[in-house]
Design a protein around this ligand. Sequence first.
Ligand SMILES: [Zn+2]
Length: 94
Amino acid sequence: MANADNTTKKVPTRRCTGCGEHFPKNTLIRVLRTPDGEIILDLTGKKNGRGAYICKNANCFKKARKSKRIESSLECAISEELYLRMEEELTGGK
Ligand SMILES: [Zn+2]
């Protein structure tokens, strides 16, 4: 008989927009388009809006930027300035 009470907890995974690998949602950063149309980095993962997930490293961010995958996920254009600001925030200004 199968045990229906299977309590194995699976952490939801999301695909990184940069490297294309899947990672647990809580290890990724969300680039978010707010209902106001503003693009921000959602470090808490709790804000509302349309999001694209990305690894917390500059390499994946650069890849995603180059391929414009964040823009296609969010369906909006992202300016050079905004990319720079997000990259700084992502890497902690290092
Ligand atoms: Zn990645």
